[in-house]
Structures are given as structure tokens and as C-alpha cells.
Design a protein. Structure first.
Length: 175
């Protein structure tokens, strides 16, 4: 990737996922409680493969997943990113996704990080629309998306599961 993309908010710093994040991401994505609504927990080997894909997406399309750190403590608090919907490079839809460590829940980090990544997508990449999907029985991230201005347009199947489908346009976000 030419020149690393760094995003910053009042409390957070975000940078593209890197190989040195493997232990952090393995712990985050291997947590059965956290992954309950996303996928089965990932093994270290599966996380290594996922990380290779994440890094490759930055090189291929110029956006992807960020590691999120608290500015004050420099502690890793999660990951947030944009990806091709359902991991399909032919998809016309760009998807926002986020995973926050349980120890960091309730601090507003997901909303803060996701908002900055939306800005990155709409302003730097000129996306017209960004989507997100959440399990129907997982209300907390649904509330985060609504606070960011997303509208739920109903249920559909994605990633082999029934999900709530959310979308936001550039015009809505920048208003």
C-alpha cells in the first residue's frame, strides 16, 4: 500500500490491520461470546488467513479493515472496516463492519470508529452508499448503525444467515 492510511478521532487512532496484529485479532475473533452473532470463533490459523485477505484488500482496492487503539492508553480496542459485501469482489456494495472487545463495550468506541470510517469511505472513495448487516437478535450494533444515520430496509440472507440489512447514502451521512 502506498502511504498508510491513518484515521483519528477525539479518542481513537486507527490504522490498517498489519501482521503484528495477529495476537490481538486472534483473541478478539476467537472469543465465542463476541463472535456469537458474527461467525463461529476463528482459530489462530483462520485469523492468519483472514488477515492475509484483509491486507490484500488494502493493496487491491485501497480500503479495508482498521485496527482501533485508544489514544490515551494505546490499548487495542477492536477492528472496523469497509469491505466488498459478502467478501465478493464483484459486489457493487461496500459494507461497514466492526468488532469491539468486550472490555471496551459501552464507551461509544464502535460508533466513533465506524463514523470515521464512513467519512473515509464517502469522502476519500466517493462511495454513493455503504451497507451493513447485523443479526436480527443483536440489537446493540443495530442501535449504533441507527445513531450513525443508517436506515434498516428489512431482512435478507447474507453470509448464509438471516440478517437485518442497513444502508446509508453519502448525501445522508454528509447532511
Amino acid at each position: 500500500m502506498d502511504g498508510m492510511v491513518l484515521l483519528e478521532t477525539a479518542r481513537l487512532r486507527m490504522r490498517p490491520v498489519q501482521p503484528r496484529d495477529l495476537d490481538r485479532l486472534s483473541a478478539l475473533n476467537g472469543d465465542p461470546h463476541k463472535m456469537k452473532f458474527i461467525s463461529p470463533p476463528l482459530s489462530r490459523h483462520q485469523m492468519t488467513e483472514a488477515m492475509d485477505w484483509m491486507i490484500g484488500e488494502w493493496q487491491r482496492i485501497g480500503y479495508g479493515w482498521f485496527a482501533i487503539f485508544e489514544k490515551s492508553s494505546r490499548a487495542f480496542v477492536g477492528q472496523v472496516g469497509l469491505q466488498c459485501f459478502e467478501y465478493d469482489p464483484r459486489s457493487a456494495e461496500t459494507e461497514l463492519a466492526f468488532v469491539i472487545k468486550r472490555s471496551a463495550w459501552g464507551r461509544g468506541y464502535a460508533r466513533e470508529a465506524a463514523g470515521e470510517v464512513l467519512r473515509f469511505g464517502f469522502e476519500r472513495h466517493s462511495f454513493e452508499k455503504i451497507v451493513s448487516v447485523i443479526a436480527p437478535d443483536n440489537p446493540a450494533p443495530q442501535a449504533i448503525l441507527r445513531k450513525l444515520g443508517f436506515a434498516c430496509t428489512g431482512e435478507r440472507t447474507a453470509y448464509g444467515h438471516r440478517v437485518m440489512y442497513f444502508e446509508i447514502t453519502r448525501e445522508q451521512f454528509l447532511a
